[in-house]
Design a protein around this ligand. Structure first.
Ligand SMILES: [Zn+2]
Length: 193
């Protein structure tokens, strides 16, 4: 077993980036694409069509099904739920995978513990979904969504702090409104998200 993979992990994929750690009882199916320096917690399941970027954290008990894509530095909290079929049926009315809906989690976004992301929606870059929320529509970049169904209750900085009305964070990052979300405003000197 490769260094960083627990001996009780089942890693069938050959495309797992350097430095990625896989804890016990996690299962990464053949064909799944996992970037570098990810951390896949205990009991994580990753289906064959899933794509994870670099530096993604997937906490214990999260299952990612075909159609889910997760960008770099995203954080998926413990037992967050993802789906891939908007009209799930079994038996005679079971739908083919071609009818499944995609879910994209943007760069640096956070999905809180036990939150549910109903498929067919995008969670924007650096957005934050609160614990237990149920996402039923797209979440704009830097938006803070909470509740069932989830609604916007504010905006957050890339650093994770809730932003004041001024959209200036104590960490010096600044933002302006753009569509339903925010974009970072370049400050003097080197900028990072
Ligand atoms: Zn900040």
């Amino acid at each position: 077993m490769r260094k960083g993979f627990h001996r009780l992990a089942v890693v069938e994929s050959t495309t797992v980036g350097k430095g990625t750690r896989v804890w016990a009882f996690a299962h990464v199916m053949k064909g799944a694409c996992v970037g570098a320096r990810c951390n896949l917690g205990e009991g994580v399941f990753i289906e064959s069509g899933v794509v994870l970027g670099d530096d993604v954290t997937v906490k214990n008990g999260v299952a990612l099904y075909d159609g889910v894509t997760v960008a770099d530095e995203a954080f998926l909290g413990p037992h967050a739920v993802f789906t891939n079929d908007l009209r799930p049926r079994s038996g005679r009315f079971k739908r083919p995978p071609s009818k499944f809906a995609a879910t994209n989690v943007g760069r640096g976004a956070t999905i809180g513990a036990n939150a549910t992301v109903v498929c067919g929606h995008d969670v924007g870059a650096y957005a934050m979904v609160a614990a237990g929320a149920v996402v039923t529509k797209d979440v704009p970049p830097y938006a803070l969504y909470a509740g069932v169904p989830a609604r916007r209750v504010g905006f957050v900085c890339a650093c994770g702090e809730k932003l004041p009305q001024s959209l200036r964070c104590s960490c010096k990052r600044r933002y302006r409104r753009s569509g339903a979300g925010l974009v970072a405003v370049a400050a003097r000197g080197p900028t990072s998200p």
